[in-house]
Design a protein around this ligand. Sequence first.
Ligand SMILES: [Zn+2]
Length: 347
Amino acid sequence: METVYTPAHALHAPAREFLDGQLIPYFESPSRAEIIRAAVEAAGLGAIVPPHDFGLDPILAVHDAGYIDYLQTVYAAWLADGRDPGGVYPDTFLTRHFARRARPPAKPGARAGYYNFDLSAVVVEGTWAAAYASAQVGLTAAAKVAAGARSAFGLCRPPGHHAHADMSGGYCFLNNVAIAAEWLRRKGGAGRVAILDIDFHHGNGTQHLFYAREDVLFVSLHADPDRQYPYFMGYVDETGAGGGLGFTRNYPLPLGCDEAQYLAALDAACVTIGAYRPEALLVSLGVDTFAGDPLGDFALPSQAYGRIGARLAELGAPTVFIMEGGYAIRELGENVTSLLRGFEMPA
Ligand SMILES: [Zn+2]
């Protein structure tokens, strides 16, 4: 399996985030991607290759043009406004009673409130370049599969599955898996695409983008939104809308979810995906389901990841892995490569 990687991810490195009422070091750090790259190399998984540049068009096929302009320009505007160079944080949020037809204000801190749903997607000088490169990494991995590869790994950073068409959040700016899925539909010759999100957190952005679509199945295993981020989406009764009714499936899981519980839910998810007969499968790959993850509350041991990969391989679909979360730095590389090796060489 080839891995697509670029060092451009490191251009996005906010120093801190606001969590639990405190300013703390930014969890979604450049070291994450470097650790995974080194583990892929050490595991001998396959070649590590740079992304191609597919341009802005595949990004604008998913994201709002005003939002893209925000990502490109807000940091300079923020500095010109005399604000802290450590990064752009929203001054306020557009919440449900503010305005029926709100528009993005000119002031950069307020514009950030229009285009964010939390405080974690901090924009610094290199954020746009890194997010753009991350989307190209995902597109390149998808193109490899469209060209006949059995699988490819897009080592995307920053991650993407929390990003909506016009909103950042959860460390995500551009929805890499959605951009790759849309490209596979429009340019990659895939009639039906399935997205399986196995990050600990619900892929709210991805679900929202494809909620009314029947050509992109979205299936997610995640912590119950009643107790875990992103809280407002990921319930079992969210199953799609209009023509997309039945093409969204959520599997919220309990506190302390262990390997047996997880593999049972994964099996149910895979049965749903298998029945859909996707021409391409995209996996939003997060390993914050690991027992030791500082942002998770599941109890998966490292050995579970090989079994997860092997179960995905049974689907027999051309598969694109897109990196999302995972914050247990010491085990991050092992958990990701175990899953990919489990897919490549089921035990
Ligand atoms: Zn996550």
